[in-house]
Design a protein around this ligand. Structure first.
Ligand SMILES: Cc1ncc(COP(=O)(O)O)c(C=O)c1O
Length: 385
């Protein structure tokens, strides 16, 4: 068996996406800024993709700023919004991806002379939900920006961003959400979320690597990260990655039309998986929170997650460990630690994230393999002890 259960890390390029991209990698190689027909064709393609991406998140095309990745869009949001403001607090949740929490910390370090920027972390509860009282307390001090992710990449738990935005706006701060793990899995509506800025990424939804976007409230004053030729209305210079942007557009359109099917299919697979996990006495993290349908994050006591991931890979199952999204792979997941999970148990974390190509048969084989590997590894540990 060869099953890929790591769709929150990245997804395979969809065939329709590749087909749409290919002409822009070979025949239609124009630069969208050029006035000739090659350039105009590329420009038309980029603007069409902008419409497709905007439609997927209920926004207008002129709110989309294309970037090279979700990471870039998050850095752009934090630095770009804060650079225009007088120093104050930046609040990010304790479970953010490092490409949100680290730029916030970098603002603090960059301005260490003044020490006025303060990057602070908003606590979560044991279900991975934002502690609203803590947010409310933090907001008593002058705050420029609150950034909370829509869906967590590890547990899959979703936050009530509209509620967070309502509270934050009362304190005259800006709100950003990282919707990278939500796009294509649940409906995402920029206006309903009531945020000023939102990040999305192409390769998580069947699009290519090399494209992401920041969706912006048009009234927001934001500084570019990259200066140069003034592409993307001066907000993100650099020749557009036309093929990747075209692919991102098609991927968004397909993801939008596939939302219900994705929900039904992956939720069904997860139910089967978690019924099996219960029988194996696994601890499932964030289970009582509202989760995106495709994600399950679990651990077995006294069993190292990295070891289990390697063992499962050897028998044909690609899953992630808790530290998969960080280069500090010797540390347990910061998300689990923020949820108050015991460090030893957190070290055991394994994430399964399903996609449309996964099947019930794969899940059943996985559960058998998991049972076998857990028993085998426990026996090895017992012998070594
Ligand atoms: C929640 C979240 N935000 C941002 C990113 C970064 O996106 P990209 O890989 O496009 O840089 C990821 C990637 O894993 C993610 O899971």
């Amino acid at each position: 068996m060869n099953a890929y259960f790591d769709h929150n890390s990245t997804t395979a390029l969809r065939t329709e996406v590749l087909e749409a991209m290919l002409p822009f990698m070979v025949r239609q190689h124009g630069n969208p800024t050029s006035r000739h027909s090659f350039g105009r064709t590329a420009r038309t393609a980029v603007e069409h993709a902008r419409e497709q991406v905007a439609a997927a998140v209920g926004a207008y095309a002129n709110q989309i700023v294309f970037t090279a990745s979700g990471t870039e869009a998050n850095n752009f949001a934090i630095h770009g919004i804060c650079s225009n403001l007088e120093p104050a607090q930046i609040l990010t949740s304790a479970i953010e991806h490092p490409c949100v929490s680290r730029p916030a910390l970098a603002m603090q370090v960059a301005d260490s002379q003044v020490k006025a920027w303060q990057a602070k972390s908003i606590k979560v509860d044991s279900n991975c939900n934002i502690n609203m009282t803590h947010l409310q307390n933090l907001l008593q001090a002058p705050t420029n920006l609150v950034s909370v992710m829509l869906a967590n990449n590890e547990t899959g738990v979703m936050q009530d961003i509209a509620k967070i935005a309502e509270l934050t706006r009362k304190h005259k701060a800006y709100v950003h959400t990282d919707a990278v793990q939500a796009l294509g899995k649940i409906p995402v509506d920029f206006f309903a979320l009531n945020v000023h800025a939102m990040t999305i990424s192409s390769h998580k939804v069947g699009g290519p690597l090399g494209a992401g976007a920041l969706v912006l409230d048009k009234r927001i004053d934001i500084q570019p990260l990259l200066y140069g030729g003034g592409q993307e209305r001066g907000l993100r210079s650099g020749t557009e990655n036309v093929a990747a942007i075209v692919g991102f557009g098609v991927a968004c359109e397909l993801a939008l039309s596939n939302l219900t099917a994705f929900d039904m299919h992956t939720d069904n697979l997860r139910q089967h998986l978690e019924t099996g996990l219960d029988k194996l006495n696994a601890v499932i993290f964030g289970r009582d929170g509202l989760r995106i349908p495709n994600t399950s994050f679990f651990a077995f006591t006294n069993l190292d997650g990295e070891t289990l991931v390697t063992a499962l890979d050897k028998v044909g199952f690609a899953v992630a460990s808790g530290s998969a999204c960080s280069s500090d792979s010797d540390k347990p997941s910061h998300v689990l630690l923020a949820m108050g999970v015991d460090e030893d148990l957190a070290r055991g974390a394994v994430r399964v994230s399903f996609g449309m190509n996964n099947t019930l048969d794969q899940v059943q084989h996985f559960l058998k393999a998991l049972e076998h590997e857990v028993t085998r590894l426990r026996n090895l540990t017992a012998i070594a002890a």
